[in-house]
Design a protein around this ligand. Structure first.
Ligand code: ZN
Length: 325
């Protein structure tokens, strides 16, 4: 199929929008503030205006073929964003309806981690794979699961929330209201909590002790670990152990060919990948050992959300085309 689609990546603070062709090339892109207190309909109106400006930069007047949207707590089946913590949109907003007011086009919506997974499948390092998991590591932990080349949505559309599986009953309080969720241990904020706990327990000096607790970032911990700081290294090891354990569970459920670690916190590289690989193999049932690749994203850093949203709608259009043809 020729032409281009509109990809939209809605985040808590900024929303990225881009025109993307079938090969995953970004023809034009822009970023606007999300304004989380504003009604969703106004964000849709502002995006419509921005899309108009982006289309004017194209050398041809052709219109888009569809719209793909990645957003927190988005439901593919219903086209809604439901109870998103960082957006004050209430219990449910139908994004598909909001965009159909402006465009008579296919519109598909899913959560950002699912979008990242389908982006990896169409444009990234999962090309040719039929079974894989994408873990997005940022402020939280998201996951997108692909089985038989299709995203797994489940009965209600919310399948694949590994970040809220329990690691520790009565453990750390999570933004979702439960305790002991995986993302409270394995994420940029999770490793900060781990470092604060280790500093309270251990007596050795560390450059991290000179940073105010509420100012500590995952980047500080990364730098300290790279210079050999014991507390930072122990925090990476503890984080990797929990992630390796939960990924081993996921392998038992899904038997994927590969697991991708993406997002800002995955940029820790081998500091994270090496111990996660080791722990994953340790916790795996023998029949899976040595068979599951642990890989970084094949997409250019920072483009995953936008390309993922575009990939979502390209995937829908490919399916529709296949059905009609
Ligand atoms: Zn949770």
């Amino acid at each position: 199929m020729n032409g281009y689609v509109i990809g939209i990546d809605i985040g808590g603070t900024t929303t990225a929008v881009g025109l993307v062709d079938r090969a995953g090339r970004l023809l034009a892109e822009a970023t606007i503030p999300t304004r989380p207190d504003e009604a969703a309909v106004l964000l849709a109106d502002r995006l419509h205006e921005t899309i108009g400006q982006l289309r004017e930069t194209l050398p041809h007047p052709a219109g888009p073929a569809g719209i793909g949207i990645g957003a927190p707590n988005a439901n593919y089946y219903r086209g809604t964003v439901e109870n998103a913590v960082n957006l004050r949109w209430g219990p449910s907003v139908n994004l598909v309806e909001l965009f159909r007011r402006h465009y008579a086009l296919p519109v598909a919506v899913t959560n950002d981690a699912n979008a990242a997974a389908i982006g990896e499948q169409l444009f990234g390092a999962a090309r040719g794979m039929r079974h894989f998991i994408v873990i997005t590591l940022g402020t939280g932990l998201g996951s997108g699961i692909v089985v038989n080349s299709e995203l797994l949505y489940g009965a209600d559309g919310f399948a694949g929330e590994l970040g809220h599986t329990v690691v520790e009953p009565d453990g750390r309080l999570c933004a979702c209201g439960n305790r002991g969720c995986l993302e409270t241990y394995v994420s940029a904020t999770g490793i900060c909590r781990t470092v604060l706990a280790l500093m309270a327990k251990r007596c050795d000096d560390s450059p991290l002790r000179r940073i105010a607790p509420d100012a500590l970032t995952a980047k500080d911990i990364h730098e300290a670990a790279r210079s050999g700081d014991g507390i930072a290294l122990e925090a990476y090891d503890a984080t990797a152990r929990v992630l390796g354990m939960k990924l081993a569970d996921a392998v038992a459920h899904l038997s994927p060919e590969a697991i991708f670690l993406t997002g800002g916190f995955a940029a820790s590289g081998e500091l994270l990948f090496a111990p996660v690989k080791r722990y994953l193999e340790t916790f795996l049932l023998g029949i899976y050992r040595g068979k599951v690749a642990l890989l970084p994203s094949g997409l250019q850093e920072g483009t995953g959300g936008l390309l993922g949203a575009a990939a979502l709608i390209w995937h829908e259009l490919d399916r529709l085309g296949g059905r009609n043809g």
